[in-house]
Design a protein around this ligand. Structure first.
Ligand code: ASP
Length: 296
């Protein structure tokens, strides 16, 4: 056990330039404070990233959980995934409907199921069997997050507000979690990068990563594993490894961002969109929370 810990959170890489996200930044800072307390007290990275993401989901401030928008058939379909580095245990749900905490269900897949990924009706059936709370009145439950209009949610690919968390705990273990309502105007059954282990979320013994952006480009660019491989196999610095993925996303015509922590407790957060709602804290760094501050 050591004193070393690190935590980074994101609330999506799709903020609108000029919009006031101070409420979101305050929320991220508050969560980072709680995350710091939990990590200092010895909580596992896996539990902390789940707690962080569950709070982001239930806040209604992001396009995940309560802040999710309906697909083009009027239904909210949610994706989430979680991974623990040193055990490589992973759990994921895609196109799950009307559960309060998709990330909780993903963690239950990791802990209580022989599968890594459950989708659609099967994921809902599993959530019910595991006793997860469902949304009883979707019409009144889901709300538009700050900065999102009714017009936005009709445009495919418009805006991203996925949430994610990555952490190093004082036991030296890493974990990552990501949850989303997906991109706006998506067709029923569309699944992005978020629930795909190795694309939207990855954690191993050296690095933990959570991505946000237009998922199709992240999938085609090789996703989080491109960053992990750059860092672990190609000798990239943590920062360079993030840009290895983002530059490829950009070359393909996409945008977004990602956050990562490594075993040394270093944190990197990068985006090629207008901004990324994000916060971070570690044993050697006070809490930062920002949206538009340049990332390089
Ligand atoms: N990556 C998410 C998706 O494509 C969207 C986002 O990050 O906002 O579903």
């Amino acid at each position: 056990m050591s004193d070393k810990f690190a935590l980074a959170l994101h609330g999506g890489a799709g903020p609108k330039a000029g919009e006031d996200y101070s409420v979101v930044e305050a929320h991220l800072a508050e969560l980072a404070t709680e995350g710091e307390r939990l990590l200092r007290s010895g909580e596992s990275a896996l539990d902390v990233v789940e707690i962080m993401v569950a709070n982001l989901e239930s806040s209604g401030l992001y396009v995940a959980g309560k802040g999710s928008a309906p697909n083009n058939e009027g239904q909210v379909e949610l994706d989430a995934s979680i991974m623990e580095g040193h055990t490589r245990r992973a759990g994921s749900v895609s196109a799950i409907k009307d559960v309060v905490s998709p990330i909780g269900v993903a963690k239950a897949v990791l802990e209580n199921s022989p599968c890594v990924m459950l989708t659609a009706e099967g994921a809902n059936k599993f959530a019910a069997e595991q006793g997860f709370e469902s949304v009883l009145d979707p019409k009144s439950y889901y709300i538009l997050p700050i900065g999102v209009t009714e017009d936005d949610i009709k445009n495919y690919e418009m805006f991203h507000g996925t949430v994610g968390a990555v952490a190093l705990d004082i036991h030296g273990n890493l974990a990552a979690a990501t949850s989303t309502g997906g991109v706006f105007g998506k067709p029923a059954g569309r699944v992005g990068d978020t629930p795909i282990i190795g694309i939207g979320t990855w954690a191993d013994q050296d690095i933990a990563i959570s991505c946000t952006g237009t998922g199709e480009y992240f999938i085609r660019a090789g996703g989080a594993l491109t960053t992990a491989n750059g860092y672990e196999l190609a000798g990239d610095s943590l920062e360079e490894a993030l840009w290895r993925l983002l530059d490829e996303v950009e070359r393909l015509g996409g945008d977004g961002g990602l956050i990562a922590v490594n075993k040394k407790g270093e944190i990197a957060m990068a985006y090629n969109s207008d901004g990324m709602k994000r916060a971070a804290v570690s044993d050697s760094m006070d809490i930062i929370s920002t949206t538009f501050a340049p990332c390089r």
